[in-house]
Design a protein around this ligand. Structure first.
Ligand code: AMP
Ligand code: MG
Length: 417
């Protein structure tokens, strides 16, 4: 079976994206250990266990409005009622509410025993303790009442294991009284760039040099997906320097990712360094952008290594397609983010036998259909196409061409709002 094949069994033939991804996933044993963190520190972390509600939410049947609470009379409400007290949020009414009686009540206050209906204050006229109901025929039994447990029942799963905690989830946990949560340790991912021409921003740029974009796109994507990044800088095209960087990374990290130095003609010292430390295989993958890729394991810890292509777009795309699923596996999450379907609103590059990834921008047609347009120039060095993109458009290998109005699969990219 495909999923039991390791990276090293695949040989030298051209791999499909799925074959490569499945094989890479075998490099990661399982999920990381768990730890308990305070709720205020838990944003972006991944739940390691499901959280069940320890009590009903809301805990009491309560009022959704400011007004009066009453017990629904058999014959329906009419005329006036006598106010016998008040129920405030945090200060319930202790007495009894008889027929023809009511209590004033504020939003969130528990309904006094026996009452079941709330009439909002805008529908009342009050003279001392006598309350007249306006448009009494509009009042319905049970209106404006939130039932105990209508949000969550005691014992119900409130949040599933593997869920990344965003603002709403943190609020829900707080409302359940959780002061801390059990989450996965963050995956530690070491990142470095290779290449004699690659220069750190802030350094003077020699004539044929380029600034190191890949380290920053990789670190950004990894952080966006909840990893802790170890920045190992730029490693020159030198076998010993590479070996040292890799050996250090293997000890510190759960996963090591580099860019550059794996294309034909450059790969030899990457291969040499990795083969001294562990095992390496070089892949040709039937995808665009991003063909040359290296993968392997290093050191006693068998730390997985991925060597991504140097072209900045290819580097980002291969990170999203191959590295992020590994991060998600370590975190105990679903391996891929959810895909959407959209209608192609422009041409997309495609060739049979190859998976094509284009950068897309989403829009809605007048009838509400989700449509996707390419971002223009799709060269694998054109990073501005990635900046403009809202999604990756994935055209599978069995599709020879995509025409306008064809349905395509898109993966939304992480963006700050
Ligand atoms: P390579 O895979 O090392 O052959 O690099 C392919 C192309 O990507 C070359 O034009 C490199 O200059 C460029 N490149 C490699 N590393 C980086 C980097 N860290 N940032 C930006 N461009 C890079
Ligand atoms: Mg290079």
């Amino acid at each position: 079976m495909m999923s039991s094949l390791s990276c090293f069994d695949l040989g030298e033939h051209m791999l499909s994206v799925d074959e490569a991804r499945q094989a890479l996933l075998t490099l990661v044993d399982g999920q990381l250990a768990t730890e308990s963190v305070a709720l205020a520190q838990a944003h972006g972390r991944v739940l390691a266990k499901p959280v069940t509600a320890p009590f009903n939410v809301p805990g009491h049947t309560n009022s959704a409005m400011d007004g009066i609470a009453l017990s629904w009379p058999e014959e329906g409400v009419a005329g006036s009622l006598r106010r016998v007290g008040s129920a405030l949020a945090g200060r319930p009414f202790a007495g009894r509410v008889g027929s023809g009686e009511c209590v004033s009540i504020t939003t969130g206050a528990p309904l006094p025993p026996g009452t079941d209906t709330v009439i909002m204050v805008e529908q009342l006229q009050q003279h001392g303790d006598v309350v007249d109901i306006l448009q009494a025929d509009r009042v319905k039994r049970g209106q404006n009442v939130r039932q105990a447990g209508e949000d969550l029942r005691r014992g119900e799963v409130a949040l599933e294991s593997g869920r990344r905690l965003e603002a709403a989830a943190l609020g829900l946990l707080a409302s359940l009284g959780c002061a801390s949560v059990e989450v996965r340790r963050q995956p530690r991912v070491a990142v470095f760039s290779t290449g004699d021409e690659v220069t750190a921003p802030g350094q003077p740029r020699a004539d044929a040099a380029i600034y190191d974009a890949n380290r920053f796109t990789l670190m950004g994507m990894l952080q966006e997906h909840g990893a802790e990044v170890l920045d190992l800088g730029i490693v020159p095209d030198d076998p010993q320097a590479l070996e040292d960087a890799l050996a250090q990374a293997a000890q510190l990290a759960d996963l090591v990712v580099s860019s550059g130095g794996v294309s034909v003609g450059q790969a030899d010292h990457t291969r040499a360094a990795l083969e001294r430390l562990g095992r390496l295989t070089l892949w040709r993958i039937a995808m665009r952008p991003g063909r040359p890729m290296a993968c392997g394991v290093m050191g006693d810890s068998a730390t997985p290594f991925l060597g991504l292509p140097g072209n900045p777009v290819a580097c980002m795309v291969t990170c999203l397609v191959f590295v992020i699923p590994l991060v998600r596996k370590l975190q105990g999450r679903e391996l891929r983010s959810p895909a959407w379907q959209a209608v192609a609103d422009s041409d997309f590059r495609s060739r049979e036998g190859r998976t094509d990834y284009s950068r897309g921008v989403l829009k809605r047609s007048d009838d509400g259909t989700l449509r996707v347009v390419n971002t223009g120039s799709q060269g694998s060095g054109i990073l501005s196409s990635m900046v403009a993109a809202e999604c990756l458009v994935e055209i599978p290998a069995d599709k020879a061409a995509v025409a306008i109005n064809d349905m395509v699969t898109v993966f939304p990219l992480f963006r700050f709002p």
